[in-house]
Write a protein that binds this ligand. Structure first.
Ligand code: TYD
Length: 340
């Protein structure tokens, strides 16, 4: 199978590429990735000599580049996106350009090149906050952050290409991913890497927000299943094995790492912070999906990975892009808090 993967230098994309190449020797992958701040060639250095893998540097919103990469592709798995909620609050423009326009450019090219399957990778955040119960695929989309709104827009665009043009596309909506190679601005890698340096983790608000945690390697397995066996035109939720509040998550990681409670610093809440996400995954299970990793073992593996791969994340945290973002995002909050 000749696959075009977009955003394959990112966290989930890079894990998916490694999974697919190992799972099936007939798979060949072109990875179209712009290498933004969150895309890191170091995440796939082990594949640099693999003849079945090639990285094409380019922007999914550039029709010429996309057209070149789409040639010969039998299927597309589309990860490329701006994904960090806090960044979308600071500046939404790039979220719309990449997540919405980029998706439209890809969909048009997929139509022109008569691609056999197009999997659009999305998020549970499009459903908005659910006070109780579980979001099902047919539920209303009620995105609350600019990031979630941009993903909801792209999901709807995919739907429109299915209905109007008969594009053989599917949408997946996953819960919070964790695991190796996640950029350390997201909660879990931020927590682990800060604690490795005895720096505090800034906990937003009261810490009672609930997230459902999905190990990235299980996500990769679920995506392979949807790619091969999912019904065209359908949406599939992909949830994890453990749902908990941020406080509980922190406690578990704190115990695993053996750090004290003084390294949790409460800071003012994220504006519009969704209280709870929860997915009903019956549809995915009906395709035969079972998780392969327990939460505790996956969390331990993640902590171990960051401990064993400082050469991967330290340069990111030292870099200007990260430091500028980090100081804008957190320093003011932390200072405000400690001076109270
Ligand atoms: P995050 O990893 O940003 O994912 P998302 O917002 O997409 O769920 O955050 C996970 C949870 O952790 C979320 O409820 C926000 C919270 N959080 C903090 O408390 N402090 C932080 O510094 C970050 C980044 C997140």
């Amino acid at each position: 199978m000749r696959l075009l993967v977009t955003g394959g230098l990112g966290f989930i994309g890079s894990n998916f590429i490694r999974h697919m190449l190992a799972a099936d020797r007939r798979v060949r992958i072109v990875n179209l990735d712009l290498r933004t701040y969150a895309g890191n060639p170091a995440s796939l250095v082990d594949l640099s000599r693999n003849p079945r893998y090639r990285w094409a540097r380019g922007d999914i919103a550039d029709p010429k580049v996309v057209d070149r990469c789409m040639k010969g592709a039998e299927a597309v798995v589309h990860f490329a996106a701006e994904t960090h909620v806090d960044r979308s609050i600071l500046d939404a423009a790039v979220f719309l350009r990449t997540n919405v326009i980029g998706t439209q450019v890809l969909l048009d090219a997929a139509l022109r090149h008569k691609v056999g399957r197009f999997v659009h990778v999305s998020t549970d955040e499009v459903y908005g906050s659910v006070a109780r119960g579980f979001s099902r695929e047919g539920d209303r989309l009620e995105p609350n952050s600019p990031y979630a709104a941009s993903k909801a827009a792209s999901d709807l665009l995919v739907r429109s290409y299915v209905v109007t043009h008969g594009l053989p596309a599917l949408v997946t909506r996953a819960s919070n991913n964790f695991g190796p190679y996640q950029y350390p601005e997201k909660a879990l890698p931020l927590m682990i890497t800060n604690w490795m340096d005895a720096a505090p983790f800034p906990l937003y608000g009261d810490g009672r927000n609930v997230r459902d945690w999905l190990f990235v390697l299980d996500h990769a397995r679920a995506l392979e299943l949807v790619l091969r066996r999912g019904r065209l035109g359908e949406v599939y939720n992909i949830g994890g094995t453990h749902s908990c509040s941020n406080r509980e998550l922190i406690e578990r990681v704190r115990v695993l790492m053996g750090v004290g409670p003084e390294l949790v610093r409460r800071v003012p809440d994220r504006p519009g912070h969704d209280r709870r996400y929860a997915l009903d995954c019956a549809k995915l299970k009906s395709l035969g999906f079972r998780h392969a990793y327990g939460f505790t073992e996956a969390l331990q593996a993640t902590v171990d990975w960051y401990r064993g791969n400082e050469a991967w994340w330290r340069p990111l945290k030292k870099g200007g892009v990260y430091r500028r973002y980090y100081s804008r995002q957190y320093a003011a909050r932390l200072k405000g808090r400690t001076s109270k």
